[in-house]
Design a protein around this ligand. Structure first.
Ligand SMILES: [Fe+2]
Ligand SMILES: [Fe+2]
Length: 197
């Protein structure tokens, strides 16, 4: 399993100046990390799961701060579309927090992970269909780029691969629980958007 290689943010070398491409790439990174957790065991699984938790927490928080408010204001029927996505995100974050307290070798871990995966993927498809496609059509490149910058600031907090030369479990631990990571992500996003008061 050690040759498993999770494609990392930016591997496709596409410039991250379009928030929709960036978020769709993160949806791909999230899928790959679910694959990696499923395909590994023991410490490798624990490490892959930490990276998944972080990317999911950071991704959903960035969407809630940057993209959903924009969609709510700007898209026809945006209010309902965003309400539906927020309800899905809330449920996913709750299952994520519950899973995060569980050992990855616990017999109940994998069935719960697979349920979370199905929910997260249905949520991502709904975003792509009802939100992202409309944002791209109705938004100019300057706005797409400024939203991308804020999402990139969040992404810096969630490397998809273990950092070389760093004991990644310890490094991940230092970042603390999911709720604290979400708070720090919000701060980073608001700062990037010039809204840090
Ligand atoms: Fe989302
Ligand atoms: Fe998403």
């Amino acid at each position: 399993m050690s040759d498993l290689r999770t494609p990392q943010a930016g591997d496709d070398r596409a410039p991250d100046t379009d928030v929709v491409s960036l978020l769709m790439r993160q949806h791909g990174d999230i899928r790959n990390l679910f694959d990696e957790v499923e395909a590994t065991k023991g410490d490798e699984r624990r490490d892959a799961f930490r990276r998944l938790v972080r990317l999911l927490a950071v991704h959903e928080t960035a969407e809630e701060e940057v993209v959903h408010p924009f969609a709510r204001r700007g898209l026809p029927g945006g209010r309902q579309v965003v309400e539906d996505r927020l309800a899905e995100e809330k449920a996913a974050k709750e299952s994520l927090a519950a899973l995060d307290g569980l050992d990855t070798d616990d017999p109940t871990f994998m069935p719960r992970l697979l349920k979370l995966r199905a929910d997260v993927q249905a949520h991502a498809r709904a975003e792509e269909r009802y939100e992202f496609a409309h944002i791209r059509r109705s938004t100019d490149i300057t706005e797409l780029a400024s939203m991308a910058k804020a999402v990139k600031a969040a992404e810096a907090m969630a490397p998809t691969r273990p950092r070389p030369g760093v004991e990644s479990a310890a490094a991940n631990m230092a970042l603390g629980p999911v709720a604290a990571l979400m708070d720090r992500t919000k701060d980073a996003v608001r700062k990037a958007m010039g809204k840090d008061g």
